[in-house]
Design a protein around this ligand. Structure first.
Ligand SMILES: Cc1cc2nc3c(=O)[nH]c(=O)nc-3n(C[C@H](O)[C@H](O)[C@H](O)COP(=O)(O)OP(=O)(O)OC[C@H]3O[C@@H](n4cnc5c(N)ncnc54)[C@H](O)[C@@H]3O)c2cc1C
Length: 478
């Protein structure tokens, strides 16, 4: 029970005082705990993956039902409170947390119900990717999700979502069948192609701008349970050869094969020979989810590269594949990324990438290409707000460092330089889920391209007060 009045951030920079009576009223209606700083569970509730983007709210509500979420949204709207919504807390810009505001932490809504006959999974908004992969794989099924298992399903999906299966089945939102969502008026709605179709269009890539999703329903596909893949790497001295081989491979690879190319320094891990620790390498992270008796032929171009310094390719479960890179992404470090999309890997882009990485001063710095071309390109550009249907690769410069590292400014500068140098080879679009806190509204407009104006219209209709603004915000049309 809260016994004193609290000050909390409101919309338009106002401060709002909430009395103990009002807070009791909220606590009684959210169907779960209401936390203040210092309460048990507070630190976990406000923790986000990127320490550089950390913020502190004044209150955290942890609802356990759509009704509880609706009550919290109605309360925030009535008192004009700054409202954040936390899924997995992995957004690089830290957009889960409203600074000094109210946060809806969905971590108590983590259930997954699989209907194997209908090939559907009903997924709670607090789920991490691993929750869904584990539950669906129990039936030999999967949907498109990303490749680090602690990431939240909600934020990933609402921004579009891709992973090793995107080449086969499209963006995560191409596999979304329905959502249950609480809109700014406090109503619980169901949106799909069959009802509230315009809201459903907007939710398929438009982020948390239109409401709080309380259930995602995904279509599932037979996958695994065994796939073939893992990590293989060669010396950076062979970068020209490896990058060109990567381009040739991705031009013809079957959609069951996803190969992501990463230039990095070899970690001091037991699976890396000691004399390679800290040295520059060209690595491929590979997932082949097709018939395993064909894997030899499919991977032949990779095997033909010979003499890797690390070769961890093997048959493994899809669930294992989806989490084998988890340890490379510890929570709370300082992360900084700049990314774009490319339609092709031109000679100039590959040469610029190689040169940039040879000069990279960051011990944990990377340049990467993630091959996503395939099913996402089969749909028209306005099939869902996500757009970017001309993208075949995601490229990115990314790094992490210790919060106290005095070289942080130089590191950030290098990432920005890399982005500036690689951007001329980009489609001009961007992945909204990879944008930083510092990236301004113009970058959000770029991320959505031709779909932005339609998003503005849906936003103006469903959230005229811009209650849902702690996100990559869609500014309303005047
Ligand atoms: C290590 C790492 C690996 C990644 N790998 C991939 C990848 O393979 N593929 C890919 O596509 N992306 C990937 N991403 C990017 C990822 O999609 C975004 O970081 C995404 O925002 C994470 O979602 P979250 O729920 O964890 O984030 P949060 O920070 O909790 O939320 C992100 C945004 O979504 C909003 N939101 C959250 N839940 C809801 C809800 N229920 N209703 C409405 N709005 C909500 C929040 O308000 C916030 O604005 C990766 C990120 C990291 C850090």
């Amino acid at each position: 029970m809260i016994t004193s009045t609290i000050e909390i951030a409101g919309l338009e920079g106002r401060r709002v005082s909430l009395t103990p009576q009002q807070l009791d009223d909220l606590a009684a209606r959210i169907d779960g705990p209401l936390l203040r700083p210092g309460d048990e569970g507070w630190n976990d509730a406000v923790l986000v993956w990127n320490g550089m983007a950390a913020r502190i709210p004044a209150l955290v509500a942890q609802p356990t039902s759509a009704g509880g979420v609706a009550a919290a949204v109605a309360f925030a709207a009535a008192h004009r409170l700054l409202l954040g919504v936390k899924g997995g807390g992995h957004n690089i810009g830290g957009t889960a947390i409203a600074e000094q505001g109210l946060v809806l932490d969905m971590s108590r809504m983590r259930e997954v119900a699989v209907d194997p006959e209908a090939r559907l999974a009903h997924v709670g908004p607090g789920c991490r990717l691993a929750d869904v992969d584990r539950a669906t794989q129990a039936h030999g099924l999967a949907t498109v999700l990303g490749f680090v298992s602690e990431v939240g399903v909600a934020g990933l999906t609402l921004g579009g979502g891709f992973g090793y299966l995107a080449r086969r089945f499209g963006w995560a939102v191409d596999n979304l069948d329905e959502v249950e969502i609480v809109t700014a008026d406090g109503r619980i709605r169901t949106a799909s192609h069959r009802q509230e179709a315009e809201l459903f269009w907007a939710v398929r890539g438009g982020g948390g701008n239109f409401g709080v999703v309380t259930r995602f329903t995904f279509r599932l596909h037979p996958v695994g349970p065994s796939v073939y893949g893992g990590l293989i790497a060669w010396p950076f001295e062979r970068a020209a050869e490896i990058l060109h081989a990567y381009r040739a491979l991705t031009a013809t690879a079957p959609r069951e094969l996803s190969v992501w190319m990463i230039l990095l320094r070899a970690p001091a891990a037991p699976f890396v020979p000691a004399d390679w620790h800290g040295r520059r390498i060209c690595a491929m992270s590979i997932c082949y989810s097709g018939a395993l008796d064909r894997v030899g032929g499919v991977l032949a171009p990779i095997r033909a590269l010979r003499d890797p310094v690390v070769d961890l390719l093997r048959e493994q479960s899809y669930v294992e594949m989806q989490s084998y890179l988890d340890a490379t992404e510890p929570k709370g470090s300082h992360y900084y990324w700049k990314t774009g999309y490319a339609a092709e890997l031109s000679d100039e882009l590959l040469a610029a990438t190689r040169k940039m990485f040879a000069e990279c001063p960051i011990p944990d710095g990377e340049l990467a290409f993630l091959h996503i071309g395939g099913a996402i390109n089969d749909h028209p550009g306005d099939d869902g707000a996500v757009g970017n249907r001309d993208a075949r690769f995601v490229w990115g410069a990314k790094a992490l460092w210790h919060p106290d590292d005095p070289r942080a400014d130089a590191f950030r500068r290098w990432i920005r330089d890399a982005w500036t140098r690689l951007r001329p080879y980009s489609t001009g679009g961007e992945y909204v889920n990879f944008q930083q806190a510092e990236d301004g509204p113009a970058r959000t407009v770029e991320a959505y391209g031709k779909n932005y104006e339609r998003l503005q219209r849906v936003k103006a209709e469903l959230d005229p007060q811009n209650l849902f603004r702690v996100n990559r915000n869609i500014h309303q049309a005047r």
